[in-house]
Design a protein around this ligand. Sequence first.
Ligand code: RIB
Ligand code: CA
Length: 318
Amino acid sequence: MKPIRVLIDCDTGIDDAVALSYALRAPELEVAGVTTVCGNLPVDVTTYNTLNVLHLLGRDDVPLARGAERPLARELEDAAYIHGSNGLGGYEFAEKAARTPEAEPAWEFLYRMLRAESAPIDIIALAPLTNIALLLQKHPDALGRIRRVVFMGGSLRTGNPTPVATFNVLADPEAAKYVIGTKIPFVMCSLDCTRGSYLTWEELDRIRALDNPIARMVWQAAGFYIQSTKRENAVDGKKKGIDIHDLCTVMYVSHPELFQGEHYFADVETKGELTTGFTLVDFEDNLRKPPEDKTVLFLKKVDRAAYVQHYMDVLSSY
Ligand code: RIB
Ligand code: CA
C-alpha cells in the first residue's frame, strides 16, 4: 500500500521525540516535512531538539522549518517541569545536525509544501496549534490542501495540566478554537485515549535491551519522564507506565484500525476563569448541531498491546 504522506508539527519534548522515532521509520508513513513551535519549551529549544532528533534518525533529508515564538494571544507557559530544561530529560546528542532550518517560517513552509502536493495530505499536530492557525489565517486556500489535522489534545473528563485542559490546547486556546472553528476535518487524539496507550515498565526494559542509539535516547528521556509524570495516570495508587501521548497520535495515522472514536461538534473555551483550554465536545448532542458541524473525530480508545508491538517493531529496525 502507498505510504501516507504527512507533515508533522511538534514541540520536541520527550514524547514528540519518541513519536518522531516512529513516524520517520514506519513503513506506512512518508514525512514530507517537519515544523517546530513553542510549547513544551521555547521554540529555539524545540527546533534544536527536532533538528538533532532527525539527524539521530538519519533523516537530515526531511526539511524542517521553525515556527511561532509565542502563542497567538498570550505568553507561553511551557512544560519544562515535565520534559526537563533541555526538553529531552537531560539527554544530550553525541552528534549535532550540521544543517539549519528552512529560510521561511513554519506557516509559509507548510503552505509551500501543501501547494507542491498533488493531493491534500495530513498535518499531524503534536503541539499547540499556533503554526496551523497562522497557516490558515494567512492562507485560507490551505484549507482545501489539508486532508485532516490529526491532533494530540482535548479530553472528555480529565486534563493535564489543569483538571479540564490538555497542554496543547491550554498553551494556545485561541489557536485551537480558530483551527477547529474552520471546520477542517479534525482528529482529536484525546488524553482519555493516550492515557490508555502507556508503555509499561517491562516494555521500557525491552526498549533498553534493544540498545540501538535511538532506543538509548528513548530510554534515557523516558527515565526523566517517569519522575516528572509520576502523579499522573496512576491506577489503584500504582503507576502502570508512562503515556507517550504524541506516539499514540501518530499511530492513528498509520494504524487507524487500533482506535475507537466518533464524530462530534466541538469548540474550545478561551475565556474561562477555571476552564480556559477546555475542549467542549458535544457527546450527547445537546446542541443539536447539523452533521456538517460535527467535524471532530474524538478518539476514545486504542488497542494498547497492538500499538506497543507496532512501535517495538519499528524501534528494533534501527
Ligand atoms: O499533553 C501532552 C501534549 O503536550 C504532548 O504533545 C506533549 O508533548 C505536550 O506538547
Ligand atoms: Ca508535543
